[in-house]
Design a protein around this ligand. Sequence first.
Ligand SMILES: Cc1cc2nc3c(=O)[nH]c(=O)nc-3n(C[C@H](O)[C@H](O)[C@H](O)COP(=O)(O)OP(=O)(O)OC[C@H]3O[C@@H](n4cnc5c(N)ncnc54)[C@H](O)[C@@H]3O)c2cc1C
Length: 477
Amino acid sequence: MYDVVIIGAGITGTVLARDLSAYHLKIAVVEKENDIADGATMANSAIVHTGYDPKPGTMKAKMNVLGARLYPKLCEDLSLHVKTVGAFIAACGEEEEKHLDILAQRADEREIPYRFLSGDEARKEEENLSDGVTKVLDFYTTTVIYPWEAANACMEVAMKNGADLYLNSEVTGIEKNEYGYIIHTVKDDLITRTVVNAAGVCADRIAAMIMGDPGFEIQARRGEYYVLDQDAQPVKHIIFPVPSPVKGKGVLAVPTVYGNTLIGPNSDFIDDPLDNGTSFDGLAYVRQNISKTLKNIPLNRSIRTFAGVRPTCSKHDFIIEEAEGFPGFINAAGIESPGLASAPGISRYIIDELLSKRLILKEDPEAVLTREAPVVLSELSTEERNEMIRKNPAYGKIVCRCEQISEGEIIDCIHRVCGARSVKGVKKRVRPGMGRCQGGFCEPLVVNILARELGISPLEVVLDSEASRILESENRK
Ligand SMILES: Cc1cc2nc3c(=O)[nH]c(=O)nc-3n(C[C@H](O)[C@H](O)[C@H](O)COP(=O)(O)OP(=O)(O)OC[C@H]3O[C@@H](n4cnc5c(N)ncnc54)[C@H](O)[C@@H]3O)c2cc1C
């Protein structure tokens, strides 16, 4: 019997799994996809918002401020890529400037540092800021991370501390029994004392499996992006328009930890919560709206477009609470933006305020909550690289020319705990296919490496889901 079963291996579920693995508890994470973090955690703006935006008194505000404060330690413990870029909130005209004052007031109350710049001062630091920008509020401590890396690192730590991960295990039903709950999945049935529902856009469906009417609905709200090539870096800071109650944070430009720039997202309610395709209209909206705050955006240097789906809650806030009448069944629902920034805060809140009332939380002195960074060859000096290649010649074979990823790094990511099992799994972990050619050259090589390392035929290698085989049949020996 498990003490805690977490449904959903996004950033909410994986950070919680890592933090819970510090205690003497039996933990499982159940995920419907073939890899962790395939939902909103995979496709977002990657910003650790400092917490100035959410309305006072909301769970969003509380979790965001707490989460953002916990991130530096989390990043250090897990050796994550993180970059302090600062966030410019760019106002155009007097009306919008008034809103900057509201945000600054919230920041004062939450002890978040900022500075004001005039439009001209800001343009000296950001030459592509549009001429219509009259005033900027700079939250200069804002960072960007690689959300997928954070989730993967958390899951790896949790598993090393004994947590179980069930992939391809969609939860199909939940029953209450005298000890707690039975979680029915398409593969196994798990018995557990407590449950945390961290199922993103499906969290209302999971809650309904036990509560009937959970009292909230999740609506899927899609956001689409352009990804610009690394050598086209039009901004140094994250550039936001002034946020609006209807369109949220608006269309942004975000410098990523790897030197690409994201331009987006739009904000469109969609019927199918699992539809993460981009659309003609959505991308047109992005193109049109980025020009409000920025000029000379080289969209012709786009190497990819993608979309993420926000789980927007009918209660307009995060729902992080025990379900009434169901002791030990905890919903972490409606975790839309700033859910990435809030994840470490949400995890602490669930452990300290909710699970602590149902479980005995005794720290495990053997648990290790830190993670050693994987080798990233392109980040090493020539001497260090040569030394690595001398020890293991696979580090000398470059597989992905765009991102300079070696075969050694790909082999490492397959054999690490919570390792890659698909081409996309390798891409997310060590980035072959993230560059200009988008896998055109390296994908066949990655297929062969996966087949060899997993001891399977290349015909069995999948792109992403269990059903997404790439090769149909052998046509030549
Ligand atoms: C366009 C966009 C931009 C954003 N930008 C930011 C940002 O810059 N900063 C920020 O702080 N936040 C941002 N967010 C929000 C952030 O991405 C989310 O809040 C966060 O990723 C939510 O994580 P999660 O783990 O709760 O959900 P998810 O990552 O969606 O994970 C839920 C998991 O549950 C699994 N699941 C669902 N149903 C089942 C089932 N029946 N059985 C088993 N598993 C199941 C899913 O497969 C999924 O892996 C953005 C979101 C979007 C979409």
